[in-house]
Design a protein around this ligand. Structure first.
Ligand SMILES: NC(=O)C1=CN([C@@H]2O[C@H](COP(=O)(O)OP(=O)(O)OC[C@H]3O[C@@H](n4cnc5c(N)ncnc54)[C@H](OP(=O)(O)O)[C@@H]3O)[C@@H](O)[C@H]2O)C=CC1
Ligand SMILES: O=C(O)CCCC(=O)O
Length: 486
């Protein structure tokens, strides 16, 4: 193993201590660009998961009793340490996940921003004093931390998906157990190291590493100690976890799959739309749940948009994310390439035309060519399923109503994008889109200030923003009587 990094940790983190699996078992973490073996981490199971939950439970009373400002100061130190280590974290992320270094640096800052944001918001978990029904009573709505929380996170954003869940939890006085994706635990462990340096007390943040997600997941979802689960990942797994949480009636937040339409209306600024399309579609090689999944382009500007998009896509550089100049890294693994290949081939068989790419990349491994498909219809597999790959399928639309009908013809409802110039039309189309988030003349919509989340089968709850903190708070009602002698 030749990989080295100041933040490389190869043990899990429970109750403030670095821990091996009870059995001593480990599993390998490999670089998806090179196949290089970069680390081994503990393959933990039910017993260690239970220990992590109990550590979070023990840490809860003291942590929630701290002044919000004290928790905020610790979180601010954590934020500062993450930013001070931005480069090492980015190197670690590119090594385990594959995204280009520039994107990894961006994700470190994006991930850290949730800690900074919620360090502030945690101080503002205001309740209410409510006018009572009679003069002798005072009605008070208190905001209380929900308790022990769990975050199950995906591999596509190894830092930001953790901080977006953990930061609001910790800020309001909850404690947390995190199960990062099996293939990207190293960033999670690095975050824990920096959290420890920042002064997070033992047990407030725990990281379980495991190659047996369903075993860990069962303990996390069945535990009566855990009061809240927040999950980002695939829709089928999200549904399973939601069902599993029913037994103990946990609060659940879900960020699941999308099928984002990218609508280009007749009057759109095509150059701006191409810039937005590139950012939205090809970020992280197409592996985000908010990536444009299908382009709904007005028939009058379809050819012009397609031409401009192809010219821009031709400039993308596929390669190892660690190499200078790479703009598209590998997909996460062989199964991801198989899925993209299948969706593209089935769509070609159904009549789609390959304008660019359309196949695996000559680099081999899990690299796939940036692809543009023309003459696509909304019923083709590439438009019906989330591709999670660098493929832009272009569908012709007749008008805005047609675009809305096609856009809403899916069980998903996470992000949508809309390009045009007529503000009244943009507003009216946006309101008719059954999506939790709509980018209007904008291809990148995520930031810590905005409420991120979906409708329909794309999920429940919102992350980031002033709304994200509510997911970790219970409203407790106090009714104070006996006030009549005033
Ligand atoms: N909405 C989004 O942001 C994401 C969507 N996806 C979609 O899902 C597809 C498959 O990706 P994949 O990584 O398999 O997504 P999963 O939903 O399987 O993984 C997300 C997280 O859930 C964990 N997990 C999986 N099964 C269970 C279980 N039974 N109990 C508890 N935790 C579990 C995973 O662990 P482990 O990694 O160890 O299996 C990981 O930490 C992608 O191609 C994409 O379409 C994927 C990632 C993110
Ligand atoms: O793909 C995801 O899992 C959501 C993260 C994307 C973002 O925050 O923009």
């Amino acid at each position: 193993m030749t990989f080295s990094n100041s933040l490389l940790r190869q043990l899990a983190f429970i109750n403030g201590k670095w821990q091996a699996a009870n059995s001593g078992a480990t599993y390998a973490i490999n670089n998806p660009a090179t196949g290089e073996h970069i680390a081994d981490v503990p393959d933990m199971g039910a017993t260690e998961t239970q220990l992590a939950i109990e550590a979070a439970e023990r840490a809860l009373p003291a942590w929630r009793a701290l002044a919000a400002k004290t928790r905020s100061q610790i979180l601010k130190r954590w934020f500062d340490l993450i930013m001070a280590n931005q480069e090492d974290l980015a190197q670690l992320m590119t090594a385990e996940q594959g995204k280009p270094l520039a994107e990894s640096r961006g994700e470190v800052a994006y991930g850290a921003s949730f800690i900074e944001w919620f360090a502030e918001e945690g101080k503002r978990a205001y309740g209410d004093v409510i006018p009572g029904p009679t003069p002798d009573r005072r009605l008070i709505a208190l905001k209380q931390p929900i308790g022990v929380t769990v975050a199950i996170t995906p591999w596509n954003f190894p830092i930001a998906m953790i901080t977006r869940k953990v930061a609001p939890a910790l800020a309001v006085g909850c404690t947390s157990v995190v199960k990062p994706a099996g293939v990207t635990p190293l960033c999670a462990l690095a975050l824990a190291e920096l959290g420890k340096q920042a002064g997070l007390p033992d047990g407030v943040l725990n990281i379980i590493t495991s190659a047996h997600a369903s075993v860990v997941g069962e303990v996390l979802t069945q535990s009566p100690i855990v009061r809240k689960l927040s999950f980002t990942g695939s829709t089928p797994v999200g549904k399973k976890l939601m069902a599993a949480c029913a037994d103990t009636v946990k609060r659940v937040s879900l960020e699941l799959g999308g099928n984002a339409p990218f609508i280009v209306l007749e009057d759109a600024d095509l150059d701006a739309a191409v810039v937005g399309a590139l950012a939205s579609k090809y970020r992280n090689a197409g592996q985000t749940c908010v990536c444009a999944n299908r382009f709904l382009v007005h028939e009058k500007i379809y050819d012009a948009f397609a031409e401009k998009l192809q010219a821009a896509v031709a400039k993308l550089v596929v390669g190892n994310g660690a190499d200078e100049g790479t703009t598209i890294g590998p997909l996460i693994n062989a199964a991801a390439v198989d899925k993209v290949e299948r969706l593209v081939n089935e769509s070609i068989a159904a009549g789609a035309h390959v304008a660019m790419g359309g196949a695996r990349h000559a680099l081999g491994g899990s690299f796939y060519q940036p692809t543009v498909l023309l003459n696509v219809s909304n019923d083709m597999p590439i438009a019906q399923q989330e591709s999670f790959g660098p493929v832009a399928p272009l569908i012709r639309i007749r008008d805005a109503d047609h675009a809305v009908a096609l856009a809403n013809d899916t069980s998903a409802g996470l992000a949508a994008y809309l390009y045009g110039r007529n503000l009244q039309q943009l507003w009216s189309v946006a309101e008719r889109l059954e999506y939790g988030m709509v980018g209007i003349n904008e291809g990148i919509i995520s930031n810590e200030m905005a409420p991120f989340g979906g409708v329909k089968e794309s999920g429940l709850g919102r992350e980031g923003s002033k709304y994200g903190i509510d997911e970790y708070l219970e409203t407790q009602y106090l009714c104070l009587g006996g006030m009549s002698d005033r």
